[in-house]
Design a binder for this molecule. Structure first.
Ligand SMILES: Cc1cc2nc3c(=O)[nH]c(=O)nc-3n(C[C@H](O)[C@H](O)[C@H](O)COP(=O)(O)OP(=O)(O)OC[C@H]3O[C@@H](n4cnc5c(N)ncnc54)[C@H](O)[C@@H]3O)c2cc1C
Length: 838
């Protein structure tokens, strides 16, 4: 390859060039408003998209403030590829929105913009496991009306004539893949927003933020103050400068990221069509056509964080120094795939900051711990996704909820552990694996462990393999030997029998598990039940020592949260929910507290850990370590007691997620090990075994129990989710009017349990369910039910296909397999085990 020595000097724009047609350039800024509804801070794609969509959702009195020119952060130098590919339906849906929006902007005769729509793109694969993953993602996308194709190597080469098929199995074809002019895109969005009433203030830097008692904000800028209801942080790599102004640290880290553009290439000039885009998880690069040459971007292993210790205030419209030496490993792979690159001269090199989060997905939604503050940050593919993120965020701001469940984007999914150091490690790992999707049960090693309990090392020494749940290390299963490694796959793998054995132990004798990070909130005060009554859609259990399960709805009548309510004493409740819900649920409860201070909330999540003792011998084991009455009569199902486990003080609940007789034992962390030892010793005589979250997952599927954010989604109401028995329409609760209306219109979808007629692989969340080849639903959870010997899945399907006995097809590894709707909870459907009836 010919590398021009002039790289970065004559040819590369060190500073962003002036943009022809830049909206408002050279004109005087409009008089700045002193009051508005919402202030969007930052004029990159994130800010411009949010501003535009706020106007579309009905808020015209909104402004955007930008410290420099629009697009002067990362946006101007983006490679600006726009793919439809996503790892879940929310991501696919929001990308579809981007594509449709960008197309309409490109076709606007008043302000057409350059958008190479539908050049097509290929994600390459050289292993069968990757191909199976692509088939699953294609199935998932089908449910969103998006048609990807999984093609073989020869077909890849037919569609992209410049690639070699060496070490290639095939790939996933995205027909709508393309690229767009990033600056024009932002100008077009700002232009439309202005037309709808919004205002844009350039060269206006936000210097401070003040929140008032009424939860409104004053945004202090270099040009004066603006009072507003809502602020939105869209500051790209400067996210934490503005975050600090409201006392928040966001888990966002910038990485240096490079691409180069080649001189014109003869084969491209001679081709009869534009080259499709390429994304390569084998050698970590992407490539698209740029004019008559190629643009090649790198995700090198030898990568670098950027701006970790602060960012030069003058870094605007700017780039980092080129460093092509860093990417030689990637270049070799790219050359092997596209030999034509070896002959091409480099025209331009671009190296700029790109933001990453802990899990690679942006943070779009409410700022944790703040009211009336939102963010749209950590975008690493912001050009492709920005249209959709701004759309969903504007819906959240204006309507309180978006059309899709946005938990995968919600900034509250990280609960305090996203510090700078962890974010940097995860950002590096994610960057190094940019195009390598996570397999089921794959938890990558960087930044682990971050959240542990005193028991984590003990369980590790017992052979535990851990999953990561909201940062917590959680025992997934016990390995048969120290060097055991599972093969990550969409199929059943080597863990199948191990998990089956754990289920068997729980079913026939007794098992012990740790649920690290389980979310608990202590609710104390007067009138706590009356208060909860207004939040939960069903009757709240009030009797002391009793435990109940309930659901909270949003004002749209859809499922917001699930919690157990344990009445420890008359004025003290323990609220328990999923580990991931820690911030989410606390914020929801806090937002609805009575103003008179009569009720207090206290998080116990980091102070206590939950052990689960489950199985027919659980009661006997518990009876040996506590002086509490553990008889069936004295401690029946759904009750709570305070006592001791050995010498450790404990709150014990007779609740079960496995369907076996079980006790949740909540222990203070400093006495967790003491309680654990007591249970292990007492359990020895009964054959007690450890079991992990994979066994729990299997057993809860057999019982028809649901998981928050897998099966419990803000897209569906409780009737549609099969939770009608938890709704009491004779009382008032948040969301009731909307729910009433929805119920009168009939269900839009229904959650069903399916038995799939195959044994080689489970289905996976997102897979399509069809009837006669037409997609009629989507899988939410799936897995093997060891006790019933069935391949199970939950899915939302068309209401007229929800009756048990209905024959459907469920995609497994992306291919349709025969399935039948069965009644939910096939294991012990009458709860005879839990009710202690023989
Ligand atoms: C080399 C490279 C290639 C890329 N290729 C692609 C690609 O092919 N496809 C894709 O989808 N994405 C790509 N990306 C990523 C994409 O460019 C970014 O995700 C996107 O541009 C981020 O936009 P943003 O609006 O979040 O941030 P930015 O564009 O950085 O905008 C933030 C704005 O906030 C302003 N601001 C900051 N602080 C303040 C303040 N205090 N007051 C007022 N304003 C403030 C800044 O001046 C800036 O204009 C690439 C990135 C890089 C670096």
């Amino acid at each position: 390859m010919k590398i021009k020595r002039a790289i970065g000097l004559e040819l590369m724009p060190r500073l962003r060039p002036n943009l022809p047609g830049e909206e408002g350039r050279g004109k005087r800024e409009a008089q700045m408003k002193s009051t508005t509804r919402a202030v969007v801070i930052g004029g990159g794609i994130a800010g411009c998209s949010t501003l535009y969509h706020l106007t579309q959702e009905g808020w015209a009195d909104v402004v955007l403030v930008e410290r420099d020119e629009l697009t002067s952060g990362t946006t101007w130098h983006s490679a600006a590829q726009v793919t439809n590919f996503g790892m879940n339906q929310t991501m696919v849906g929001l990308k579809s929105h981007s594509i449709a929006l960008y197309k309409s902007l490109a076709e606007d005769p008043d302000y057409p913009i350059n958008y190479h729509h539908a050049d097509g793109g290929i994600r390459l694969a050289n292993t069968e496991a990757q191909m199976e993953g692509y088939r699953h993602f294609a199935s998932m996308a089908r449910g969103m009306g998006v048609n990807f194709e999984v093609i073989d190597a020869a077909e890849c080469a037919r569609r992209h004539p410049l690639i070699s098929t060496e070490n290639l199995l095939g790939g996933l074809w995205d027909p709508l893949d393309g690229d767009i002019d990033p600056a024009q895109l932002c100008q077009a969005l700002a232009r439309r927003a202005r037309k709808a009433g919004a205002e844009v203030y350039r060269h206006t830097q936000v210097t401070a933020l003040t929140q008032h008692k009424d939860l409104s904000w004053t945004v202090h800028t270099t040009k004066g103050d603006i009072d507003c209801e809502v602020v939105i942080n869209a500051c790209g790599y400067r996210v934490n400068e503005v975050g600090a102004m409201m006392g928040v640290h966001h888990p966002v880290m910038s990485m240096e990221h490079q691409y180069f553009v080649t001189e014109p290439i003869r084969q491209i000039m001679d081709a009869s069509h534009r080259m499709p885009l390429l994304r390569c998880p084998i050698s970590d690069y992407y490539c698209r056509q740029e004019k008559q040459g190629l643009l090649l971007g790198f995700y090198e292993q030898d990568c670098k964080t950027w701006g970790m210790d602060g960012i030069d205030p003058d870094f605007a419209n700017a780039l980092c120094p080129d460093d092509l030496d860093r990417v030689t490993d990637v270049l070799e792979g790219a050359f092997a795939r596209m030999p034509v690159l070896m002959e091409a001269g480099i025209h331009t090199v671009v190296n700029g900051p790109i933001t990453y989060t802990i899990d690679g997905t942006p943070l779009v939604g409410p700022v944790p711990g703040k009211r009336n503050a939102f963010c749209i940050i950590g975008l690493r593919a912001g050009l492709g996704e920005g249209g959709g993120h701004g759309w969903l965020l504007a819906q959240m701001i204006v309507h309180g909820e978006a059309c899709y469940d946005t938990w995968c984007l919600d900034p509250r999914r990280f609960t305090g552990h996203g510090n700078v150091e962890l974010t940097a490690l995860k950002a590096i790992e994610d960057y190094q694996n940019e195009f390598r999707f996570h397999f089921p049960h794959e938890y990558r090693p960087a930044g682990r462990p971050i959240k542990t309990t005193p028991l984590t090392p003990v369980l590790a020494s017992e052979g535990a393999e851990f999953a990561v749940v909201n940062g917590w290390e959680r025992m997934a299963y016990i390995k048969p030997s120290a060097d055991f490694r599972e093969t990550h796959s969409f199929r059943f793998n080597e863990t199948f029998d191990l998990v089956g054995d754990e289920v068997k132990a729980v079913t026939t004798s007794v098992g012990l598990s740790e649920i690290s990070g389980f979310n608990r909130i202590e609710i104390t005060g007067t009138g706590i039940h009356d208060w909860l009554e207004g939040l939960f859609c069903g009757r709240v259990r009030r009797q002391t020592s009793k435990v109940g399960l309930g659901y909270m709805l949003n004002h749209l009548g859809c499922v917001k949260a699930e919690a157990t309510i344990a009445n420890i004493d008359d004025n003290r409740i323990w609220y328990g929910s999923a580990a991931a819900a820690e911030y989410h649920d606390m914020e929801w409860l806090k937002a609805h507290l009575p103003e008179d201070g009569s009720i207090t909330l206290r998080s116990l999540t980091n102070a206590f850990t939950t052990l689960v003792l489950a199985g027919p011998m659980a009661r006997a084991v518990l009876g040996e370590v506590t002086r509490l009455d553990c008889s069936k009569e004295g401690f029946g199902w759904l009750q709570v007691r305070q006592g001791f486990v050995g010498i450790a003080p404990a709150v014990i609940m007779s609740v079960s997620f496995s369907g076996e007789e079980a006790f949740e034992i909540h222990l203070p962390n400093n006495q967790l090990y003491a309680g654990y030892l007591a249970l292990r010793r007492a359990g020895e005589a009964h054959g007690l075994r450890l079991f992990g979250s994979m066994a729990i997952e299997s057993m809860r599927l057999e019982k028809g129990y649901l998981h928050w954010k897998a099966d419990l989604l803000t897209e569906f109401n409780p009737e549609e989710t099969g939770l009608g028995r938890f709704v009491d329409m004779t009382k008032d609760f948040i969301g009731k009017p909307a729910l009433e209306k929805m119920i009168s219109g009939g269900p839009r979808k229904k959650l069903v349990t399916l038995e799939i007629d195959c044994t080689h692989a489970p289905s996976h969340g997102g897979a399509s369910v069809s009837r006669d080849g037409n997609v009629i639903g989507t899988v939410t959870s799936a897995g093997w039910g060891y006790r019933v010997g069935k391949n199970l899945a939950y899915a939302f399907v068309e209401p007229d296909m929800a009756e048990p006995g209905t024959r459907l097809e469920v995609d497994v590894l992306g291919l349709p397999e025969k399935a039948v709707v069965i009644a939910p909870g096939p294991y012990d459907p009458d709860n005879r085990i839990l009710r202690q009836k023989t």
